[in-house]
Design a protein around this ligand. Structure first.
Ligand code: SF4
Length: 425
């Protein structure tokens, strides 16, 4: 069976035991996965994930000549760096030095690894190794302290990252990271979905988002949420690799990391098998299948009952309560009746949970409106009557194009070419 996601330029084929799935990794718009059947959705989703692992390595081009595949140090563990040094004829302790330079001293260029000999540095560079850091293309500061940046990746694509400091009482700094360039799932209210899908991020492209925020805020990042551009479950290999590095190498506790999803068939159980102590945040947005399909088109391929069953499994395996995200859209899903229905749904599935209510942050050309404060209040009170634990997420950075994908859409519809556009802070 061949599933064609209409795209151009970089095409590759993947042979699975069940079917041959041809995916054209998109560099422009994508048809999206929202309307595929459940089986095809799973296959396409798997293919998108394999894309991460099997796509041709990026190459460096100099004077129109390919000089070597690009390889990135960021994301490698101490042992992997030691192995690399050994393979290149160096002593293993050089790997420890590289580890410290990458994760403690935070050097962004191999030329700055002055603990290493000049010859070794040159050898690393000539073999295509880079640290794997990207320049800041644009930065927006919000009056509430939130900072959003666009990072310009090697292929001139832009990704959004948001740094959200807590109030003065605590020292928390949360970073909302992207896992893909764009997103193929096209949720009805989402600016990222409107902007189309390009590709999944590699581990270093996720990790560097955290490092850049530490540098901007001059403060350690305490919490990471995978809630930026993209669907993390469609890029699970990179998300897990970045999660390992953020936890073990950068020192962010697993419990301080949240992985969100709107739901991709078979992925929650796969994630649960890793027994992470991180929070699973499921974007529910509706308490019944009919309404959910209107807000999240990909829900057609993943019935609500199946999603809730998988969430329950995640809770049983990890012992971690599941967080349900519910974006409140005025007149669509913010009624008292739907709050009752949500309460019933959560009680029916009987797992430890928390509901995060997110009053919608309007994006350009959106059909949806921000709910009235009164509706939000009534929704919360109704959930409380149903004995459902809920909180309303404070909207941060409204003046900084806070909705996911909004800022990126302003700056990028096609790959950037003009280097003069790059700004630094
Ligand atoms: S809400 Fe998330 S999953 Fe849905 S289109 Fe936006 S980025 Fe993708």
């Amino acid at each position: 069976m061949a599933i064609e996601l209409q795209q151009s330029r970089l095409a590759f084929s993947i042979v699975s035991s069940a079917a041959r799935v041809r995916v054209c990794a998109p560099l422009g718009k994508c048809a999206g996965l929202g309307n595929l059947s459940r089986r095809n959705f799973s296959q396409a989703a798997e293919a998108l994930e394999i894309n991460e692992v099997e796509a041709r390595p990026e190459v460096q081009v100099k004077d129109d000549k390919i000089i070597s595949p690009r390889k990135f140090l960021l994301g490698k563990s101490e042992k992997e760096l030691q192995d690399l040094c050994e393979e290149m004829g160096e002593k293993r302790f050089r790997g420890k030095q590289m580890y410290l330079l990458l994760y403690k001293v935070r050097k962004a260029e191999i030329q700055e690894f002055t603990n290493l000999s000049k010859g070794f540095r040159e050898k690393l560079i000539s073999e295509g190794w880079e640290v794997g850091r990207s320049p800041i293309h644009h930065k927006v500061n919000s009056v509430d302290g939130t900072i959003k940046v666009l990072l310009k990746l090697k292929d001139s694509r832009l990704i959004e990252t948001v740094g959200i400091p807590a109030d003065e009482e605590n020292n928390r700094l949360t970073v909302c990271v992207s896992s893909q360039v764009g997103c193929p799932l096209r949720c009805a209210f989402c600016a990222t979905g409107k902007g189309g899908f390009t590709r999944s991020l590699k581990p270093h492209e996720i990790i560097e988002q955290v490092l850049v925020m530490e540098e901007i805020f001059k403060q350690r990042v305490s919490n990471v949420v995978f809630m930026g551009m993209g669907e993390p479950m469609l890029n699970m290999a990179s998300v897990l690799a970045a999660h390992r590095c953020l936890n073990e190498d950068i020192g962010i506790g697993q419990r301080m990391i949240t992985i969100s999803t709107v739901g991709v068939p078979n992925s929650i159980r796969k994630l649960a098998a890793h027994k992470l102590q991180s929070t699973l945040a499921v974007s529910l947005h509706a308490p019944n299948q009919r309404l959910r399909e209107q807000i999240v088109p990909s829900a057609k391929s993943y019935p609500l009952d199946a999603l809730m069953e998988d969430c329950k499994e995640y809770f049983s395996i990890t012992g971690r309560r599941v967080s349900f995200e519910y974006t409140l859209l005025a007149g669509v899903n913010d009624s008292k009746e739907l709050a009752f229905e949500l309460g019933e749904l959560l009680h029916h599935w009987d797992m430890s949970h928390h509901v995060n209510l997110i009053p919608y942050n309007p994006v350009a050309d959106s059909l949806f409106q921000r709910p009235w404060q009164k509706s939000v209040q009534t929704f919360v009170e109704t959930l409380a009557k149903c004995r459902v634990n809920a909180s309303v997420r404070q909207t941060r950075g409204l003046d900084a194009n806070a909705a996911c994908g909004q800022l990126r859409n302003q700056f990028q519809k096609t790959p950037l070419e003009d280097e003069s556009l790059v700004k630094s802070v």
